[in-house]
Ligand binder design. Sequence first.
Ligand code: 13P
Length: 255
Amino acid sequence: MNKAKRRVVIAGNWKMNFTPAEATAFINEVKPLVAGKSGCDVVFCAPYVTIAAAQKAAEGSNISIGAENVHFEDHGAFTGEVSAKMLTECGVKYVIIGHSERRQYFGETDTTVNLRVKAALAAGMTVILCLGEVKEQRLSGITREIVSMQTKLDLAGVSAEEMKRVIIAYEPVWAIGTGLTATPEQADETCGQIREVLAEIYGEEVAEATTIQYGGSMNDKNAAELLAKENVDGGLIGGASLVATKFEAIVNAAQ
Ligand code: 13P
């Protein structure tokens, strides 16, 4: 395995935070702090209504703005949903799919996650696919089985070529928003297991080239240790992506 072959991606997931005005102020604050940090790609995934303001504020910087979900149909009677075509027309290149909060509170299943992944890829977007075990599964010793199953189901029908536009975010559900972080060893082990599944499906070359992030209470204090691990190629950051100086520290740790 060769970590140098992979792009490190530090992505913020703002979740249901930041109005357009707040996002503008935040991007203006964080922009100079991450400028010129070419050791990683910097992305913030924003609520739909905040995307345009964040993009405008990020113009000319090294910050990309993504979305937090996307529907799998092009258009139609799906009240409250947004299609990949709508996002790409707005210049959105990244989209989070399958976040555990979507799975937990909004009925997302591996089947709908897979449909969304395929629709986003078909539209030319880069997908940040989230997966990970819940606490009981880790305690039962079935984490490997869970992430393996999710990887296979969520990526069903995705080609090796399309995998160039797939980032996987390993997010143990018990570590999200809880202040509990997977140890660097746990993060490395499970990201490595996901990479093994990718090798099974797509071969070593694709597996070695795929960026696998860790997410779950990653912050300015623990980022360096997590990012130092062989199989951890970046982070998907919730809470700490709302504080410019904390996010800056994570980006610095990725250089
Ligand atoms: P926290 O960093 O707040 O734990 O959230 C992680 C997450 O869910 C990112 O998608």
